[in-house]
Write a protein that binds this ligand. Sequence first.
Ligand code: PEP
Ligand code: MG
Length: 1000
Amino acid sequence: MPDAKYVYLFPEGNKDQKDLLGGKGANLAEMTNLGLPVPPGFTITTEACNAYIQAGNEFPAGLLDQVRDALKKVERETGKGFGDPKNPLLVSVRSGAKFSMPGMMDTILDLGLNDETLEGLIAKTGDKRFSYDSLRRFIMMFGDIVLEIERTKFDQIFDEAKEQAGVATDAEMPAGALLDVASRFRELVKSETGDPFPEDPLQQLELAIRAVFNSWDNQRAKHYRRIEKIPDDLGTAVNVQTMVFGNMGDDSGSGVAFTRDPVSGDPEIWGEYLANAQGEDVVAGIRTPTPIAAFKDSAKELYDEFAEISNKLDRHYRDAMDMEFTIEQGKLYMLQCRVGKRSSRSAVVIAVDMMHEGLITKEEALQRVEPERLDELLHPQVDPHIKTVPITDLGANAEKAATATPDLIFTVPAGRLERVKSANALPDSAVIASGGERTIAAMPLADWDALGTDQRDALLENAEFLEIARGLAASPGAAAGTAVFDPDTAHERGRNGEDVILVRQETSPDDIHGMQAAQAILTQRGGMSSHAALVARGFGIPCVAGCEQITVDEAARSMSVGGLTISEDQTITVDGSTGAVLLGKVPTVAPDLFPKLTELLGWADEVRKLGVRTNADNPPDAAKAIEFGAEGIGLCRTEHMFFEQDRLPVVREMILSAAEAKSLESAVAELESAVRGASGASRAAMEERLSDLKGSLEGPMGRYRGSLEKLLPVQQGDFEEIFRVMEGRPVTIRLIDPPMHEFLPDHDELLETVTRLRATGKDGAELREKEAMLHEVERLRETNPMLGLRGCRLGILYPEVNEMQVRAIFGAAAAVAKEGKEVHPEIMIPLIGFDEELAQLRELLERVAQETLQEAGVDVPYLFGTMIELPRAALTAGKIAAQAQFFSFGTNDLTQTTLGLSRDDAEASFLTHYMEKGILRDNPFDTIDQEGVGQLVTQAVKAGRATRPDLKIGICGEHGGDPRSVHFFHEAGLDYVSCSPFRVPIARLAAAHAALEDRT
Ligand code: PEP
Ligand code: MG
């Protein structure tokens, strides 16, 4: 049997062979066949890599022969010889898996160099310095990547040599010194490995191929694959390509470009270029490159040639491409192209533009944008009204500002101080330095939140926030957090829920775990295509790169700017949309939909089958959700209205008197039945006790009913506002759900206060009041409140509360209906486990609804339904549907109770370990557990509809905004999902993706 074909010359492949040739290889083949200037070369297949790994790191039979054959053909094409001392062919060796894995695999340049071929290179180029530098680079890369000698050992030698030569930069090193460095590198290799540096080009190539194959399984590649969910058995291809040199003087250079702007999505070529540099220098972020637009002026012809290639690729691939190119002494070469990574905003803009340009269909445009990516667009942006001032302008006060700890740090110029003061917008406690030109102030976020709208406006209008520096706007959005200077700390603290900003000189693949846990990335060096920028855009987190005004001292865990030091633990804000880095937290604003996103979401609405509603408890949230395209409210949690400052005391009074009234009420009922069975003297005594008992019931019962009466108009007002905002869209209102103790003061805090008061013996009245409260709190305390007296159980025990809520809902519905507006209330009962619970509540509450509407003299259509959030409810859904016109799956509780996992406890303790150990693939509170909880959902849908074919079914747990869960709910045949306002666009797009997948 002949050996399998393991090696493909570039003209033998095409772009659809990514599985076999890897992304890079397939695209090099495609570009070659498009007639673009690609240096000749060949690709060793992923199958060869897999065969190598399976054989325990042995090359498959025939591979090396095929490599030699391919080399011969490349030699013929280039007219050079591999190992030829007169006219040497040098190659680059690059990995290239099916999916692009930025920075994960290592590249070797200038392979084929040794003392003999060096002479040929000198003869050919006439440039000794360049040739020696190439040798030096090659030995270092090869030593680091293939021979696995620590990179720092090479750096140390090179740094010493620079010092000896008395130069500061690589570029200033004289030729002789570079040759000397190369021989010291060789000595290092000998002493580290025990063997001389391999001088035979074929041996070098063989070792390099091995190293690429081995790198498929290195730690950082594995980590990246785990994060990106890339299977481990794809293997990597190896690309061997004729070297072209971007470092042959000022008419040479290397660059990275995109066919469209990867940040804004604008249809203009975007790129960066480094003169006299190799491609690796651009990506590694060692020097900050210049925009390609400059190159347009200095070399117009070349630019035009490049622009033509760019447009050709954009149209050919029907997608925005990322290209790497090199110019060798004025001649352009294309080294790579692939579908470009882009910001979420540009993903939307490019998809919509390409549809209008006739390159793709609406369906393709929708599929081009992953729903998760919209999340980034729906995150806060720095408030556009804020003003900034460079921190270095503060003079002597800068130090004070830089060491202040509260969240918001700003300055108010002397001329504006009065205005802020007269608006009462600057608490005295905030001032940390006053007098002179500026007042410096710092306040905790809570103080800012406590300011009224007018006060905030006054502050924003007059205050100036402190800009530390400005770099490249490399990945949009704004985030604040604690500055952290190493990836391990970022990983550790980020995982514990802290907001951290990873600040580095530049990032490398070894930093991935820290980058993943950070809210944003800030780097001192590197351009828009640096590792930091690419990874941040991929993760959808803000990034400011190439921020050269700052000096990051990673060892000292600090950064400095203009003589000022900002240390670890200071809060900073990174604005990846403008490139600004600010001190402290900066006020942010909720994002708005931009026109192209609105257009794309409109296309999503045309294809999706699932409805999308929102979870909203107040009119502003409801209004925002409508703006984002919500078609109704799927969950209005009424208890949130009880928590507001002015209502809480009434709610507490209601709860405390309810408990007392209820226990007295049952004592009265018991005594009444005892009286009926008694006679004579004992009956008389009982009657007397009964009358006393009834007397003592009056007080608590009066307070209970009285507080409900106080709450009624307030709740009614809330609902009226919501109905008005919703303009006739359905509004599902859930009756009170949480355990009562949630409305009362915290038990431990109360106990502490009581103990303190007892010890000091100070204020008798306060102590008595707190003791009474503590007593009640203890009475209502439960060991496991999530499974205790909550949900419909409260409604069964305290029907008066549910009655009040239903009266408020229908009172509001009637009032708004009388204004001539449509209203569609849907009453939803939580935590049903037994159909009888629902039957009893329904009888009572529908009566109240009817009465209220009759009193108001209007008819309002309404539905009565339930949440399905206990396994028993799901299992008996057929019976429950007899009592319910709709179901809404409460997948938060359904997940807790099906998995027997307390959300709060599990997420804080063992859930991440379960994911790390592979027991769970996803957090089941984020993405629905299809196998378990999903089965209950599917079964309940079927049973519910069997009883009541027109049963309306939705879901209102957190999963309603998770794309993969939305997919599942589409398949399960639900009518709608309901999620928080900011996730409504995500759900719309995810529902469209699910519907489109059905078609294929
Ligand atoms: C649920 O359990 O899924 C739900 C929406 O209710 P809550 O989160 O308020 O318990
Ligand atoms: Mg619930």
